[in-house]
Write a protein that binds this ligand. Structure first.
Ligand code: IMP
Ligand code: MG
Length: 189
């Protein structure tokens, strides 16, 4: 059945240009994993992945860390966007409350640092658990969006101030399954 001219366009019509290809992501994630592996050789490293956005990246990054590191995986959930493409400015977190990280080496993994609020809040929480070290890995950084200062120890790519989807990142729950990172075209009205 062919679609009629009046049928509303599906969500795929909002997909814009490819900003980072799946191949470029894979290469960068491999390099990040090797660097993290070198910095934590011989240690146990507690990798804390921020759901849902960093689920795909975190899974790939954890497996790219050199075999000489004993990796433990943990998951926390954070959200600030709801259904829109602008942060609400309020970050909600759940999970991770019972992480026993005293005297541990910890790596926080998130998808994007925009304002920096999510990372700041999670890093402050992790520090309160009394770890030996805390480092932060983010696949993407939007430096122009920064409101709160955060140090990103390992990052994949710097990107302009555009809303992106794919490789785990969503808009209203869609597009997490795309292999590339793509720009979301603004709605026509
Ligand atoms: P921040 O707290 O403003 O730094 O926002 C970081 C969080 O917002 C990330 O963990 C993402 O989940 C989400 N986010 C920020 N920018 C984008 C985007 O362009 N696409 C999808 N999610 C985003
Ligand atoms: Mg997130």
């Amino acid at each position: 059945m062919s679609p009629s001219a009046t049928e509303p366009e599906g969500p795929k019509s909002r997909l814009g240009r490819v900003l980072v290809s799946g191949a470029a992501i894979a290469e960068r994630v491999r390099a990040m994993g090797a660097e993290i592996g070198k910095d934590h050789a011989g240690r146990t490293l507690h990798v804390v992945i921020v759901l849902e956005g960093a689920g795909v990246f975190g899974a790939d990054l954890a497996r790219a860390i050199a075999p000489g590191v004993d990796v433990k995986l943990h998951f926390v959930r954070a959200s600030s966007y709801g259904q829109g493409t602008c942060s609400s400015g309020r970050v909600r977190v759940n999970g991770g409350g019972s992480l026993a990280l005293a005297d541990s080496h910890v790596l926080l993994v998130d998808d994007i640092v925009d304002s920096g609020r999510t990372a700041r809040l999670l890093l402050d929480r992790l520090h309160r658990a009394g770890p030996r070290s805390v480092r932060f890995a983010a696949l993407l950084s939007k430096p122009s969006g920064r409101v709160v200062e955060v140090r990103v120890d390992y990052y994949g790519f710097e990107i302009p101030d555009e809303f992106v989807v794919g490789y785990g990142m969503d808009h209203a729950g869609a597009f997490r399954d795309l292999p590339d990172i793509r720009v979301l075209v603004p709605a026509p009205f």
